[in-house]
Design a protein around this ligand. Structure first.
Ligand code: AP5
Length: 192
């Protein structure tokens, strides 16, 4: 039997990886096994090998066709390893590039992954900005409230197209300050 494929998305710094890690820990105690893979890491492995980027935050600044090629390579790699396991794919509904929003799950990626559920992790834009400022390990874009709000709105619109193409469901998970456990509960409820 094929495993469940759950794609978890959200604007940079919203806390996707934090919520995924919490949900995986919780599910492990219940005996529910999931494998979590990071789409950006798959892309970055290829980008590094080809000397295209020296850190993961540089990738969204690469020429569009280069990003699309890395994206295709990641989708193929992830599809090849998913098989019967339940899998969480940590990625982006859209990526903000210098020439506009790039779909994170265009048709050629969806065809490979065919997710059962697409999760959008969201919170208030001012919280996201503070998280970006507080995470020195990354070079995330510094944007204002309105730009982050627009990116979250655009992600919802694009995710509707993903649902139309694949028949997946769309789940919105809030990851608010001081309420991480609530976000984890919500994600666990769709992963179970
Ligand atoms: P990616 O690999 O996805 O970057 P990432 O570091 O995994 O994710 P983000 O930067 O989005 O952060 P996050 O939301 O996981 O937040 P975190 O949990 O770390 O992407 C790298 C690159 O790969 C992209 O830029 C793009 O170029 C490329 N890429 C990926 N997918 C692609 C696709 N499909 N197509 C094309 N390109 C693609 O948390 C952030 C901070 O917030 C932390 O300090 C954390 O402690 C804090 N925090 C989290 N939750 C809370 C809370 N509830 N309260 C307070 N603080 C919190």
């Amino acid at each position: 039997m094929l495993g469940k494929k759950v794609v978890v998305t959200g604007v940079p710094g919203v806390g996707k990886t934090t919520v995924i890690n919490g949900a995986m820990e919780r599910l492990a105690t219940e005996g529910v096994a999931y494998k979590a893979v990071n789409f950006g890491t798959f892309m970055f492995e290829v980008a590094k090998k080809e000397n295209l980027a020296s850190d993961r935050d540089e990738m969204r600044k690469l020429e569009k066709d280069v990003q699309k090629r890395l994206q295709q390579a990641a989708a193929t790699g992830i599809a090849a390893m998913s098989g019967e396991a339940n899998i969480i794919i940590d990625t982006h509904s859209t990526v903000k590039t210098p020439t506009g929003f790039l779909a994170g799950l265009p048709e050629w990626v969806l065809r490979e992954l065919m997710p059962d559920i697409v999760v959008l992790v969201e919170t208030d834009p001012d919280q996201i900005l503070m998280r970006r400022l507080g995470d020195a390990s990354r070079a995330r874009d510094m944007e204002g409230y309105r730009a982050i709000a627009e990116h979250q709105e655009f992600n919802r619109a694009v995710s509707a197209a993903y649902a139309m193409y694949t028949g997946c469901t769309i789940k919105i998970v809030r990851n608010e300050n001081f309420l991480l456990e609530q976000g984890i509960d919500d994600l666990v409820s769709v992963l179970r």
